[in-house]
Write a protein that binds this ligand. Structure first.
Ligand SMILES: *Cc1c(COP(=O)(O)O)cnc(C)c1O
Length: 216
């Protein structure tokens, strides 16, 4: 199947309130352009340098989402153009994003990553850390970032009940915090293998790579 056909077959299954991020990490620009020509404008990358190279080569109406773990010292390479940073998991990182956004006279939208998986290796904050970050003075003082929601990754498993439990947990945290944060509108959860389940559990943004571009 072609990239355009893959895209279309996914898009027809998405409810209107769900945004599709086409995860193009490791794929060449020619393949991203196939998706672009089929109408896709939001692309997700997990390495800052790779994203910056693609940004230089692609049309300027593309929205670039950073979906991977962000190293503080690399924020400067994307501050000029990134549309949404999904994986923010510390105050220190947020402060660097704020600083670089300020240098570029921008306000950068961010999602806070919440740890929902069983695996120790997956990054993210727990509920307590989220609450304390949002209520800290340091956070209140930052004027060049905007937290627009949460992101999470489920455990890598075939156990649907487990994944559902984790997504439902994230959704409940999201709901709890939207009450006090009117800018919380995005819940980023779901990838190729589990996006339908994620949508059932309340996702508003899915990050899909291999089902569009093929395996990596
Ligand atoms: C690679 C990646 C995806 C996409 O994964 P697929 O299984 O290829 O759809 C989604 N989210 C994150 C954070 C990723 O790193």
């Amino acid at each position: 199947m072609s990239i355009a056909k893959n895209l279309l077959s996914i898009k027809v299954t998405l409810p209107e309130h769900v945004t599709l991020v086409a995860v193009s990490k490791t794929k060449p620009v020619a393949e991203l352009m196939e998706a672009y020509e089929a109408g896709q404008r939001i692309f997700g990358e997990n390495k800052i340098q790779e994203m910056a190279e693609k940004w230089e080569q692609m049309p300027k109406d593309v929205d670039w989402h950073m979906i991977g773990h962000v190293q503080t010292n690399k924020v400067k390479f994307m501050a000029q153009f990134v549309t949404l940073i999904h994986g923010v998991d510390s105050l220190k990182l947020l402060q660097e994003i704020n600083k670089q956004a300020q240098k570029n006279s921008r306000i950068i939208d961010c999602l806070l990553q919440i740890h929902i998986a069983k695996e120790e290796t997956k990054f993210g904050l727990d509920e307590q850390e989220l609450a304390s970050l949002l209520s800290s003075d340091e956070f209140q003082e930052m004027k060049n970032i905007r937290i627009v929601g949460l992101m999470g990754m489920a455990t890598f498993t075939d156990n649907k009940e487990q994944i559902k439990k984790e997504f439902t947990h994230l959704k409940s945290i999201f709901d709890q915090f939207t009450i006090h944060n009117s800018q919380f509108t995005i819940l980023s959860m779901g990838m190729s293998g589990d996006y339908q389940l994620a949508i059932e559990c309340g996702s508003t943004m899915v990050r899909i790579g291999s089902s569009i571009f093929g395996g990596r």
